[in-house]
Design a protein around this ligand. Structure first.
Ligand SMILES: [Zn+2]
Length: 293
């Protein structure tokens, strides 16, 4: 029952259908313990995490896959990042009380943004943006994939206090001699899945429960883990980019400069000496950090 956080991909052997199943328990706990998210937001955040892990499992990339929902309602932003090293993190921004209800009640008019950030690997970034259309995270992403990627996709997502889980089904271009009805059949069967089954059944049992009459190839499950990419060196670079005047103003106002990571709540504190070093000609790159002359 208590499986490791992981994503498992599968394909239908004789039909143009592929899919993946994700279960997140530890990573979901890591996200929930760092912030006091209101209940309506927890659901959206967990669903977007599960969806992010599912989408990342199906593409080859070297860097970060970033899913963002920007809202004009009380919920301003939900962000999930999944890296090609199989780590993930998530955060959100909101104002006041969040109503219970469908996505539009929380986010208002907004947009969904998907970014493939491969700048670290020296490759081109890719970004797609669509208006938020749909009452649920799953419907918004299905719309996005249909419009921007011409991919017929079904997403089933479920969240409770202890886990976030999901299943993705995607229609592949049909090959000669393949079973063309399989996509309809797979969608129908996936529609019979309950949130409780999705949350509790291990991937192999889920596949058996739904597709025991199909021939499936199940790939080795890929572990996933919560991990934040923030660091002192990255915070240094961010402050340098902000500029000396702004950072020194904050120092003068508050006696120190404090940066708190939105994702993991790590605190990076800079006193007057740290700030001076940050903008010292000696502090080129990160080679100097830790050394004082
Ligand atoms: Zn962090």
């Amino acid at each position: 029952m208590a499986e490791q956080d992981s994503v498992t991909r599968f394909v239908f052997e004789h039909a143009p259908v592929r899919g993946a199943i994700v279960h997140l328990q530890q990573a979901w706990r890591e996200v929930l313990t760092r912030h006091d998210y209101p209940a309506p937001l927890q659901r959206i955040l967990g669903e977007l995490m599960a969806a992010g892990a599912l989408l990342a499992s199906g593409i080859k990339f070297d860097g970060k896959l970033i899913l963002q929902m920007h809202g004009s309602g009380p919920l301003k932003l939900v962000v999930v990042e999944v890296t090609s090293r199989h780590t993930l993190r998530a955060t959100a921004r909101w104002e006041g009380d969040l109503p219970h209800g469908a996505l539009p009640a929380l986010l208002g008019d907004g947009r969904f943004v998907m970014t493939l950030d491969q700048s670290g690997a020296g490759q081109q970034n890719y970004q797609g943006v669509v208006p938020l259309e749909g009452d649920t995270v799953a419907r918004v992403l299905e719309q996005y994939l249909a419009q921007s990627e011409q991919l017929d996709t079904r997403l089933m997502l479920a969240v409770d206090d202890t886990a976030a889980a999901g299943m993705l089904l995607q229609k592949l271009p049909e090959g000669a001699g393949q079973d063309a009805d399989a996509w309809q059949r797979a969608q129908f069967l996936a529609g019979t899945l309950t949130p409780s089954e999705l949350l509790k059944l291990p991937a192999r049992d889920l596949l058996l429960r739904l597709f025991h009459e199909e021939t499936l190839r199940r790939f080795q499950q890929q572990p996933l883990a919560f991990q934040c990419g923030c660091s002192r060196a990255r915070t240094d670079a961010m402050l340098r980019a902000l500029g000396r005047d702004e950072v020194e103003d904050t120092l003068a106002d508050q006696g120190q400069v404090e940066v708190i990571c939105e994702f993991c709540k790590a605190r990076y504190v800079y006193d007057a000496v740290d700030v001076a070093l940050l903008f010292s000609p000696l502090a080129v790159g990160d080679a100097v950090s830790g050394q004082v002359h």
